[in-house]
Design a protein around this ligand. Structure first.
Ligand SMILES: O=P(O)(O)OC[C@H]1O[C@H](OP(=O)(O)OP(=O)(O)O)[C@H](O)[C@@H]1O
Ligand SMILES: O=c1[nH]c(=O)c2nc[nH]c2[nH]1
Ligand SMILES: [Mg+2]
Length: 175
């Protein structure tokens, strides 16, 4: 069980819900790839699981990359960030492709928020290119390429975490 830290309860701080549909997410990932295509070529994509798996699949498809690795990090227990735990590091084979420092490797995640996850992975591969679809201001300086910035008090709701449900009319107090 990931340890909870009430100071880091991101969703409590999040005044603004930002729901993202599958269509929107796919479009944003394609927009990200247009930018990455100018920066590459890359030897491999490394997804920061689990949120980075979906954008990594789309980016890899668009860039024609077939070597895909994962760095498995756990920190948020739903909406509360605890201590970061690396459950699986980058494979030796992928590390070799990046010359040990990550040169020519592309790290992909769905977003940076506080930047803690991104910082941890960057330290493993200082010369890798780090891309996220969304960025909040605290984490943004860690990212090399991103598409959309949202305010720090925004909570992004990803399509794999949500389902269609009834919403009360705005007049009746809907967000
Ligand atoms: O910039 P930070 O404050 O570190 O937050 C960003 C990280 O938080 C989320 O992952 P989470 O730990 O919730 O795990 P998940 O990807 O498995 O959902 C998100 O996918 C990023 O990896
Ligand atoms: O689904 C999520 N939305 C967010 O805004 C966020 N920030 C950190 N981790 C997050 N997970
Ligand atoms: Mg994640």
């Amino acid at each position: 069980m990931v340890e909870r830290n009430s100071e880091q309860n991101a969703q409590d701080r999040a005044g603004r819900p930002f729901p993202v549909s599958w269509d929107q997410f796919h479009r944003d990932c394609r927009a990200l790839t247009w930018r990455l295509n100018e920066v590459g070529p890359f030897h491999a994509v490394i997804a920061i699981t689990r949120g980075g798996l979906v954008p990594a699949a789309i980016v890899a498809r668009e860039l024609g990359l077939r070597v895909i690795d994962t760095v498995c990090v756990a920190s948020y227990d739903h909406d509360k960030q605890g201590d970061l735990k690396v459950l699986k590091g980058i494979s030796e084979q992928t590390a070799k492709l990046g010359g040990g420092t990550g040169k020519g490797l592309l790290i992909v995640d769905d977003l940076v928020d506080t930047g803690k996850t991104g910082k941890l992975v960057r330290e493993m591969l200082p010369d890798a290119h780090f891309a996220t679809v969304y960025a909040k201001p605290k984490g943004r300086p860690l990212v090399d390429t991103y598409i959309t910035e949202v305010s720090q008090d925004t909570w992004i709701f990803f399509p794999w975490d949500t389902a269609l449900s009834f919403q009360p009319p705005i007049r009746d107090g809907a967000a």
